[in-house]
Ligand binder design. Sequence first.
Ligand SMILES: Cc1cc2nc3c(=O)[nH]c(=O)nc-3n(C[C@H](O)[C@H](O)[C@H](O)COP(=O)(O)OP(=O)(O)OC[C@H]3O[C@@H](n4cnc5c(N)ncnc54)[C@H](O)[C@@H]3O)c2cc1C
Length: 504
Amino acid sequence: MQGESSAEPTVLIVGAGPAGLFAACELVRHGVTPRIVESRLEPHHETRGTALQPAVLELIDRGGLIEPFLRAGVHIKQVHLLGPGLTQLAAMSLADIGCKYEFQCSLPQWHTEAILREHLASLGVGIEYGTEVKAIEDDAAGLRVTVEAGGREEVFTTSYVLGAGGAHSITRQSMHEHLAGDTYGGRYIVADMKHRLPYQPECGRVIVGAEGFVLVSPLPDERWLIFVNRDEADTRSELPSPAELSELLNRRAGVDLGMYDLRWVSYFNMHMRAAERLSDGRRFLLGDAAHLSSPMGGEGVNAAFMDAADIAWKLALVVRGAGKPALLDSYAVERGAADRHVLEVSDEVHKAVMELVAMCRSHGTPTLPPVDPEKGMATVRRRSMLDLSYAGSALVGQAGTDAEGPAPGERFPARHRLGGSGHHLIVFGEAPHLDHLRTRWDGLVSVVEASSEGFDAPAAGVPDGGAILVRPDGFIGFRATPLNEATMDALDAHLASYLVSWSH
Ligand SMILES: Cc1cc2nc3c(=O)[nH]c(=O)nc-3n(C[C@H](O)[C@H](O)[C@H](O)COP(=O)(O)OP(=O)(O)OC[C@H]3O[C@@H](n4cnc5c(N)ncnc54)[C@H](O)[C@@H]3O)c2cc1C
């Protein structure tokens, strides 16, 4: 039955997984309340994507939500690679990675979603469960959306749709996009269980052997998430019994893991896939709707958070009339490149594990060469998602001379010291036209005098003085150095390329 058109929301979020929920939290923080629909009748209770990477903890912190995550999760400070019989082959530590959070925070995905949902509820934003989006069509007034809830159909028009519906996204289908790429060979099992090895929860482990691998990653309450490859010949569709799974794990690890209290188990495939276009200007694809990476990299759910944070600040500015459409164009450019990087890093981890398995099969326990400390740190930062850069985007620029230090497009190192949801302009020295700039971008850009706030010029990338524009996501949007009329005018023109000034 066709219902009456209801009030028109400006932003519709399709799907209340991590991507949709965090996008909603961030949109509200930036001053826009979306409508969120979810086809499930109620929240799920699956463990799935667990480890939140340091770079994502920073984003969650900016969103004002870090405390419940830190309370609920275990802090993984190291990852060990073990060979047959649990002999240690290599270790990776997250110490000194150049981030406020030198650990992954691990908790079941259902709990992550519960924290986000409770936050939204505390802000008065509810999720419409049992509401499935059936169609999204172009319309003169925006996008015409058909949803079905309890057997009733509702049709309404919305200005923007955030497609966070996961791998089978209706939003992506409505854009005639598909997830291009490959599915990795092999079949895999993921489970949430306890084991009897004397392992501390600060450390994740990957065990490789001739028959395959077991990934053992800590969860709260002395529980563990495991991934294991199935036997090649095992093509059954029914899930393994606890005894069968325990036997499989022991064979892979070469020791008795003592598995017990199996709580959740699922088969899954691993992919390396992405949509070519993340947006058509009104629809935006986030999370699994946009890309699928091997969970061996532990970045899938993290990339969903990053997509959500990125579109939220941009869309909120546009919806509030303070941003030009160019701002929205940058989502596909910036997150498209970042998401491809996620796929590459996850692929690198996936292949490294599979190569070790092949080495175990052909030569027994492999010996790994010592890692150069500098290269080792670059690897840890890459896997912690701290190497992200938006250089090359139209939202990133510079004027004046090149300088050592963080480049435009990279994370501003002291980003955790900048509160609020707007841009910050940190000025190191006497800047011409500063009052004009302050007035012109009032309410959008907060001017910070570096000397009175104790910011360090060399660490900020302006050893000879200058101005650093930090975007709402904590990335460097523009660097002007040295301070003079030409560099400050260029900075002003950069802001004017995507923001709408209240005063001219
Ligand atoms: C079995 C399994 C194991 C996994 N293990 C790991 C892991 O160990 N590590 C890791 O990093 N990642 C893992 N993942 C992936 C991780 O769960 C995803 O990356 C993450 O959930 C992506 O979040 P999302 O919000 O983009 O999508 P989802 O979490 O898939 O959320 C999408 C939501 O949209 C809803 N929806 C879909 N279509 C519609 C519609 N038409 N209308 C309304 N609502 C709709 C769905 O019901 C769903 O709730 C696993 C996934 C699975 C399935």
